[in-house]
Design a protein. Sequence first.
Length: 266
Amino acid sequence: MSDNTIITQYHELVNNNIQYKEDWTYGSGLHRHHIIPRHSGGLDEENNYTYLCVDDHILAHELLYKIYDNPNDLRAMYMLGAKLSTEYRIIIGNFCRDNDIGFHNQKWDTSRPEWRKKGIETQKTLYEANGDKNFYYWSTTEGRKERASLGGSISSKTNTKFLEQQGTFKDKDKAIAAAKLSAKFPVTDGTNMKKFQSEEDRQEFLSFNSDWKSGGKPQIRKVQYTNGTDIFVSRKAAADFHKVTPDTITNWIKSPKKPEWKTVES
């Protein structure tokens, strides 16, 4: 498909949907899309808006990416729920790494609480507008009471009635099928191992973590523990010497306030 064809397709998509402005309301299912995206200098002005369903919104950003080669449009597709190819995920990962975006940003740890607060506010707004039994509802007093009435003594893995109320599974067969898919896609950095529920999730993690690779059991690495002066052959030995628990030693190693504590190759 030529660039001119893609540009024409994009302009037809956005121009044909401007007419749905009157249908765009909260909960209508329509998204307000910037014809010239904000990441490309587009303004929050009425003549820069069109109104798209989520699938068309994803398509719009894919067309924009093909026209301008801006990874921000791939990020927009991902945030809209698109199932991106491995190639696209790697492009996003490299772009975020090179531009200090997301958890590559030094402010990640301090900004996460603020994002969480905004997420809860959004959930609250959706619940108040539509009565949806979402995350916010289940955290309220009323929601907690209903959750308890569904069988608090039953494991959440088997309480399919509760899972169905949450919109997680519609029936027991799907719940069982999902459980069978769990943690079938491992990655390792040679020492540690993580598992993911899908190949897409695994590839997304790998695109952000170049030191990891797919599959394989981690190699057992023998380590010793040191406080900068003494070297201990095991975590327990260090804990016994300092009269603390082994978990305390682990916490000291992770703590920036205890820079002298670390693990060393044996």
